[in-house]
Design a protein around this ligand. Structure first.
Ligand code: SF4
Ligand code: SF4
Length: 352
């Protein structure tokens, strides 16, 4: 499709897509209070549909595929799918609940260059309150196991009322588990469609006005006592970015403005759902379209409705962006890195 002009802005087709997020399934065996995938998920991608994607990924210069879900390790053929992508030289990043990580640690370490595990509690009761299941020790074992197998995982904490006072403890726990890094983001409370939601969002996970002073003091303590962890990057966010969490929950309480968002994710990445739907990011559904099986990825990205959607995002016209907890800005060099492939490998991936 040729470039076109609308509202005085050149609307260009996507020429490169260095990062693709692929949801292997929208099923999940966690029971997180802030997510409905486990209630509503029922679809898996097929190995064949992933195989059909490969020429498109090559054409679009994709170098990195983030494998997510739902819980991707529930997919019956996750090993075959990951191996197929690896054989093309694509670098794989797994985002998992970690429930079966111990069992699959060796294969995960062979197939994935990067692993991120969600860990929302520092002990079994806190974990259970957020994730809805009694699996704290199982997930910790998985993080240790994958580190022993050669890939130190990143630990991802969704900060909410049940765990906000424990931020320093999460840093200590991540170190104990031999994690590579720990990162914190706020719970998405505003988007009625993300996380498999069909009937809006009702979970009571937000901080309340009375919590805000303690959260501010917790952030003070984190900065003071873990300065070296910020400096080394073991805590992924900067102290300034951590303060955005406080600003976000202050806004959720109606006591301030949402922190400003800078995001160009739809300019260099896309999300392919378990149903084949292609979206500009996790939080904004793409236009109704034939599944990826019936159309090419470049064609879906460059159809008029998708170009209009990207234009609205770029112009700040999407309400999802104003309250987004996971905005992403990548400069040219970072995008180039994401688009770099590893040498293809013919290793045998199926061996446990
Ligand atoms: S947040 Fe993730 S782990 Fe929790 S139920 Fe949803 S998909 Fe599963
Ligand atoms: S700010 Fe959030 S909702 Fe908006 S495009 Fe970026 S990731 Fe999507």
């Amino acid at each position: 499709m040729a470039a076109r002009v609308q509202d005085g802005v050149m609307q260009s087709p996507v020429r490169a897509l260095p990062l693709v997020t692929l949801h292997l399934t929208d099923r999940c065996n966690s029971r997180c209070v802030a997510c409905d995938y486990w209630r509503n998920g029922e679809r898996d991608v097929s190995l064949e549909s992933v195989a059909r994607l490969l020429p498109d990924l090559a054409r679009l210069g994709t170098g990195t595929v983030l494998i997510s879900g739902g819980e991707p390790l529930l997919h019956r053929e996750w090993v075959e799918i990951a191996a197929l992508l690896r054989q093309e030289g694509l670098r794989l990043w797994l985002v998992t609940s970690g429930l079966s990580l111990k069992k699959h640690a060796v294969r995960v370490a062979r197939l994935f260059e990067s692993v991120t595990v969600s860990l929302d509690g520092t002990d079994p009761p806190m974990y259970g309150a957020v994730r809805g299941i009694d699996a704290f020790d199982v997930v910790c074992d998985g993080i240790r196991a994958v580190a022993s197998a050669g890939v130190a995982a990143g630990v991802r904490v969704t900060v909410q009322r049940a765990n906000f006072a424990a931020l320093p403890d999460f840093v200590d726990l991540a170190r104990t588990l031999h994690a590579r890094q720990v990162s914190f983001l706020a719970a998405d409370l505003a988007n009625p469609h993300a996380f498999g939601r069909r009937a809006g969002f009702a979970a009571d996970v937000a901080l309340r006005p009375d919590d805000l002073p303690l959260f501010a003091a917790t952030l003070d303590a984190l900065e003071r006592d873990h300065a070296a962890d910020f400096h080394s990057g073991f805590i992924e966010e900067s102290p300034r970015k951590m303060r955005r969490l406080l600003a976000y929950y202050t806004a959720v309480c109606g006591l301030g403005d949402y922190p400003s968002v800078r995001c160009n994710a739809p300019e260099f990445s896309a999300v392919i759902g378990a149903d084949g739907r292609i979206s500009p990011c996790f939080f904004i559904a793409g236009p109704e379209q034939p599944a990826a099986a019936q159309t090419s990825l470049p064609a879906a990205l460059d159809e008029a409705a998708m170009i209009d959607l990207r234009r609205d995002i770029r112009a700040g016209r999407r309400p999802e962006c104003r309250t987004c907890v996971c905005s992403l800005w990548r400069d040219v060099d970072e995008r180039r890195d994401l688009g770099t492939r590893s040498p293809p490998s013919a290793a045998s991936w199926g061996v446990a």
